[in-house]
Each structure stands twice: as structure tokens, then as C-alpha cells.
Design a protein around this ligand. Structure first.
Ligand code: PLP
Length: 310
């Protein structure tokens, strides 16, 4: 019987602490591997998505699946699983991993081409998934103590080169900016575009607040699912929000700055480039959106509870 239809393969807690789905089988994380010759590794020729579960339920899983399947189409990739099957695999990874709060990734790589071939059409695309304990961009104590974000002068790979709305592993710009931040004793970083506007950081979108108005970049960024949640919450709460280019100077002069990510939702920033922001941390708008973000996890429309019994 294949792994997808055999309940034993995802028995609750079978791989306590995390489980992966590789080459059509559920495996412990220690066996989660890809080939050295997969173009996902040698060329970053891959797309992925990361959803989360919180207290035993996925949050906005449909939106993550929509984005993943849209990315597959844009990269001309196909997988041998339907959307319903991908959902089933992700649930299986969380259940087998015995996890309640989880980081849940789905990945498609270009695959391994025939030896010596250079034509991407010849490679068979591969699908992988895994669930780990929830990963925070910054843990709660660090969020309260105050995150210091470094604004790097490094440019994000231009959208005309790599479409940022396809979630991708082109992270060298982001990783180098993290080293710059750590060199200066700061906690995280973001990169800019060629016009001096901020774009995004390693795993998050950015929002600035000034005079009660929230702004976030409208281009050159991944359209984060948490970003969408913040935009929707601003609408619900009557908080004015604009999606438009945000110059670096406006970040430095902001009342409040916060990040959005599946890795922790709304994440308050206390300092930018070592300088405290204008309002005491965490600011009132950030706090409202933070509370609303977590409250939304209880709304049935956004919850997809994991079945923990086989
Ligand atoms: C480059 C980048 N921007 C933004 C985000 C935030 O997206 P989401 O809210 O869907 O987690 C991520 C998430 O990993 C990311 O990698």
C-alpha cells in the first residue's frame, strides 16, 4: 500500500519531534535528504512554502496552498500530487511528528536531470514536505526586550530577475545582510531596492507606522500570507494602510516598525540601525495588530485542525 493511503505511515507521534515526506515516503527528519545532483540544490531551482500549525490547527492553509501551486505554475513545475493530497501529506507530517505548534514546509525542486543534460525540461520535478517544532523569527522574550533591525545597503535581487512573489531560495543577499547586522550587534536585517526603498528581510515583510497610518512596500517583495493578514486586520480595525514604496528615511523616522512572518506573526521592532523608534516599544498600533493576529487563529474560517487520531 502506498504511504498516502496507509494510516500506519502517519501514526500519531511515529516520528516524535518532526517528520518529513521524501520520495513518496514518510521518514524521520534524520532521513530527510535530497540528491546532490538535484537542481534545487545546485541552482536554487526550487520553490517552497511554509505554513504553520498553532495549538493543533493549521492557520490559513488554503492561502499557503494557493501560493504554492501558483509558484509551481510560474516556474513550470509539476508534482504528482493534487492539492488535496498535498494537504493530506502536510497533515500527515504534523501528526507523525506529534507536533501541536509546527513549522510546516512544502518544497518542489526541479529534480535530477539525466547525466550531462542541461535542459530543465528533462528533469523530473520532486516534491518534499516536512514538519518541525514552530520556528520563530525572534522568540517572544527577544520581541519584548526589543529587536534591532539593520537596514543593509545591499539590493534585493531585482524583481525583473527573480519574481519575488514566487517563494524561493535566492537568499544570498538576505544572508549577507544578516552577517552585516550581527557584525554591528543588531538582531536582524533587511535589504533595499535600487531606488532606496526597503523591500523585505530574511523570512519577513516590513511595516512602518507614522501618525497612525500603516505602510508596507507594494512591490519587490514576497506577498506574505502574514502580510495579507495584517492588511486585512487593518481594514477590519479601521487602521489606515497604504501599500506603496517606503523609502529608508521613512523607516528611520517611523513611530513604530513591525515585521510579519509565518514565523511568529506580527513582530515588533524596537530599534532601527541601533536607534530607538519615536514611540515607546512596543507601540500601540503594533500591539493592536499583534493581539488581533493571534485572536484570528481562533476563527473557524482560518483553522484547519490536525487529526491526531489515526
Ligand atoms: C523573503 C520573504 N519575505 C516575506 C516572508 C513572509 O511570508 P509569510 O508571511 O507568508 O510567512 C517570507 C517567509 O518566509 C520570506 O521568505
Amino acid at each position: 500500500m502506498d504511504a498516502l493511503n496507509d494510516a500506519r505511515s502517519t501514526a500519531p507521534g511515529r516520528f516524535e519531534g518532526g517528520a518529513a515526506f521524501c520520495e513518496g515516503r514518510y521518514v524521520p527528519l534524520s532521513e530527510a535528504k535530497i540528491s546532490l545532483f538535484d537542481w534545487g540544490f545546485t541552482r536554487s531551482d526550487a520553490t517552497y512554502d511554509v505554513a504553520s500549525t498553532w495549538q493543533g490547527a493549521f492557520f490559513r492553509l488554503d492561502d499557503h496552498l494557493d501560493r504554492f501551486f501558483a509558484s509551481l505554475g510560474k516556474l513550470r513545475m509539476t508534482i504528482p500530487y493534487s492539492r488535496a493530497q498535498v494537504r493530506q501529506i502536510l497533515h500527515g507530517c504534523v501528526r507523525a511528528g506529534g507536533l501541536k505548534d509546527a513549522y510546516v514546509a512544502m518544497v518542489c525542486t526541479r529534480g535530477v536531470p539525466p547525466r550531462g543534460a542541461r535542459d530543465p525540461r528533462l528533469a523530473e520535478n520532486r516534491f518534499y514536505a516536512y514538519a518541525l517544532p514552530f520556528v520563530w523569527i525572534a522568540p517572544r522574550d527577544k520581541q519584548l526586550a526589543g529587536i534591532d533591525m539593520h537596514i543593509s545597503e545591499r539590493l534585493r535581487i531585482p524583481a525583473a530577475s527573480v519574481d519575488p512573489t514566487v517563494k524561493n531560495y535566492h537568499w544570498l543577499d538576505l544572508v549577507q545582510s544578516m552577517f552585516e547586522a550581527y557584525d554591528r550587534g543588531r538582531d536582524t536585517s533587511c535589504v533595499v531596492d535600487e531606488r532606496g526603498n526597503i523591500t523585505e528581510g530574511p523570512g519577513f515583510n516590513i511595516f512602518v507606522v507614522r501618525g497612525g497610518v500603516v505602510r508596507t512596500p507594494d512591490r519587490g517583495v514576497l506577498e506574505g500570507i502574514s502580510r495579507r493578514t495584517v492588511i486585512e486586520l487593518c481594514d477590519r480595525l479601521g487602521i489606515p494602510l497604504r501599500q506603496e514604496p517606503v523609502p529608508v528615511a521613512d523607516v528611520l523616522a517611523a513611530d513604530e516598525v513591525f515585521l510579519s512572518s509565518t514565523g511568529g506573526g506580527v513582530l515588533p521592532i524596537a530599534k532601527v540601525n541601533g536607534q530607538p523608534l519615536r514611540l515607546a516599544h512596543p507601540g500601540p498600533t503594533t500591539t493592536r495588530l499583534y493581539d488581533a493576529y493571534w485572536a484570528m487563529h481562533d476563527e473557524p474560517a482560518y483553522r484547519d485542525p490536525v487529526e491526531y487520531t489515526p
